[in-house]
Structures are given as structure tokens and as C-alpha cells.
Design a protein around this ligand. Structure first.
Ligand code: ADP
Ligand code: MG
Length: 292
């Protein structure tokens, strides 16, 4: 069938525009990403991750759960530019990531990374001072980040005077001052008690909503992943690959009250049914490795 060339041109332009729109939505893209740690003296190389394909959509909240040692932190390090992929490609905002944390990416780690000898204010200002940002701008950003994380009244306190939850809020504030568009968190609430964890989850949701940032959260807590995320990726035992990606369908203005929603139980159960066999594998591997 011969089609009108003018119509053809219009259809082609529309398709190109749709493709461009779709491409714009992808904030970070991993293709065929693997990471193998080279052999240390007397040991075999460790194939920690992949191959993994993942598209993080701009503004989404994506969590990763998986058995201990499956390569979750390795995935985050590669995405953050802290470690190189052995194979495959990583892109953030359409540019390749390798060798350095790209501008616009902020990382929050599990361990309390605050400097005990600096005040809360100076901890939050540390990265900006090193980057040579002027003091007036630092004050604006630090005041905002500390207020946002409920730490304004503690600006002159020292980390030792804060509770565990407040110290973790400080670590998030330190990342926030850099105005990240992609926030990567590696088990940030792992050391906190259950109630504090749920409340920190609410804080994280508020931050996500108000900054519009894309969030990638690594957690070992299935309830945390089910409650916070738009999508949850479930990883296999090492080398970690995605076995399942679960969309939760939550509305954007959710909070920890969602744990009483019947859908919450369904999602958590689905995560666990995939994870159970994988966790058994890592446990069995750990036991046999330990027995050698
Ligand atoms: P997770 O965060 O899921 O617990 P990791 O990404 O930290 O897992 O580690 C994945 C695997 O890679 C583990 O078996 C771990 O022992 C191994 N591993 C991590 N870092 C190194 C390293 N620097 N050298 C060798 N092996 C490593
Ligand atoms: Mg880890």
C-alpha cells in the first residue's frame, strides 16, 4: 500500500518525538553490567555482580533487595562511579559513568560517616567547602538541609551528642546540600531500631517528593522496600542478577501507614517468595565455604 509521503513524514516525526520523550525519562541506565573482583593472593577472582540491565526512570523510587553478599553494594558502587564495571555500560543522564561520582549524584552509606570532631553544621558544610563554594551559599544550603532533616536546633552540636537516627539524618543532610538529582543509599537505616527505621522511611519519602530526585535504595528489609518504593528489584544469590522487579503502584503521597494496606502484605509476600530460595542458597554456600 502506498502511503502519502506527507503523512509518512508526520508519522515519523511523531514517532521520533515519542522515542525522545521515552529516552528522556530514563535517568540512569545499566546494560550488561558485571563486576569481577580480581584474584587476591591465593584466592580465586570473585564474580560479584551481573550481567545486570536496569533503567531507573527519572523521579522514581527504586529499591534493591537481595541475599547478603549478592552484590548489592557492588551495584551501587558501579552506578555511583566508585567502582568500574568489568563489563557493560553505565549511563547517568545520557553520559557514561566511570571513575568518578558524576555531578548530580549523591551517595549515603550505612556506616555513620560523620566526622566526630566537626559540629553538625561543619559536617554538613564539609563537601561544599572542599568544592570551594562561597560561605553565603554554603550557609543557605546547609540551613535548608538541616531544617529539612529536623536538625536545625543541633547545628552547633557534635555527632556524639546525637541519637543514631539523628546521625543518619545528618549523613543524608550532607548529601542533600549538593542538590543531587539521583540519590543512592546503601542500607542507610540498617543500624536503627524498627520504629526509627519506619520514621526515617517517612523522612526519605518526604525528601523524595520535595526534591523530585530519583532514589535508589539498597535494603535488606523487605517491609522497607515494599513500603517506600515504586519498584523493587529482587536479586539472586551471587553473582547478583535481577530475578523479579515488582511494581507497587503506591501513590506519590504515601507514608508508613501503608503497612496496614492489604496490598502491602501481598507485595512483601511476593518479595519473600522470590528471596527465600536465594537466601537459602547463600546460607548453604556460606556454610559449605565455612566448613572448608
Ligand atoms: P552485598 O552488598 O549484597 O552484601 P557486596 O556487593 O558487598 O554484597 O559483595 C558481593 C560479593 O563480592 C561478596 O561475595 C563479597 O565478599 C565480594 N566482594 C566485595 N568487595 C570485594 C573486594 N574488594 N574484593 C573481593 N571480593 C569482594
Ligand atoms: Mg552491602
Amino acid at each position: 500500500m502506498n502511503r502519502d509521503p506527507a503523512l509518512e513524514a508526520i508519522l515519523e516525526a511523531a514517532e521520533q518525538q515519542a522515542n525522545a520523550g521515552a529516552a528522556q525519562q530514563v535517568h540512569a541506565r545499566l546494560r550488561g553490567v558485571t563486576r569481577v573482583y580480581p584474584a587476591a593472593a591465593g584466592a580465586q577472582p570473585v564474580h560479584a555482580l551481573g550481567p545486570v540491565d536496569l533503567d531507573l526512570q527519572r523521579g522514581e523510587f527504586f529499591s534493591v533487595v537481595g541475599p547478603s553478599g549478592c552484590g548489592k553494594s557492588t551495584l551501587l558502587d558501579v552506578l555511583a562511579g566508585l567502582a568500574r564495571a568489568t563489563d557493560g555500560t553505565v549511563e547517568f543522564e545520557g553520559k557514561p559513568v566511570a571513575g568518578a561520582v558524576p555531578d548530580g549524584v549523591g551517595v549515603v552509606f550505612q556506616q555513620d560517616a560523620s566526622f566526630p570532631w566537626l559540629s553538625v553544621y561543619d559536617n554538613a558544610a564539609f563537601g561544599l567547602r572542599r568544592a570551594g563554594v562561597d560561605e553565603a551559599e554554603i550557609r543557605r544550603r546547609v540551613d535548608h538541609a538541616l531544617s529539612f532533616m529536623g536538625l536545625r536546633g543541633f547545628a552547633q552540636s557534635y555527632p556524639a551528642q546525637l541519637s543514631g537516627g539523628m546521625r543518619q539524618r545528618l549523613c543524608i543532610a550532607r548529601t542533600l546540600v549538593t542538590r543531587p538529582r539521583l540519590i543512592l543509599l546503601d542500607e542507610p537505616f540498617g543500624a536503627l531500631d524498627q520504629q526509627t527505621r519506619l520514621l526515617m522511611g517517612d523522612e526519605l519519602l518526604k525528601l523524595w517528593r520535595e526534591t523530585g530526585a530519583t532514589v535508589l535504595l539498597i535494603t535488606h528489609a523487605l517491609d522497607e522496600a515494599a513500603m517506600l518504593s515504586d519498584r523493587v528489584g529482587v536479586m539472586s544469590a551471587r553473582p547478583g542478577v535481577f530475578l523479579d522487579v515488582v511494581s507497587t503502584g503506591w501513590s506519590r503521597d504515601r507514608d508508613s501507614n501503608i503497612v496496614s494496606d492489604e496490598g502491602f502484605g501481598r507485595i512483601t509476600a511476593r518479595l519473600w517468595s522470590t528471596l527465600r530460595a536465594e537466601s537459602q542458597k547463600s546460607l548453604a554456600f556460606g556454610q559449605s565455604a565455612g566448613a572448608q
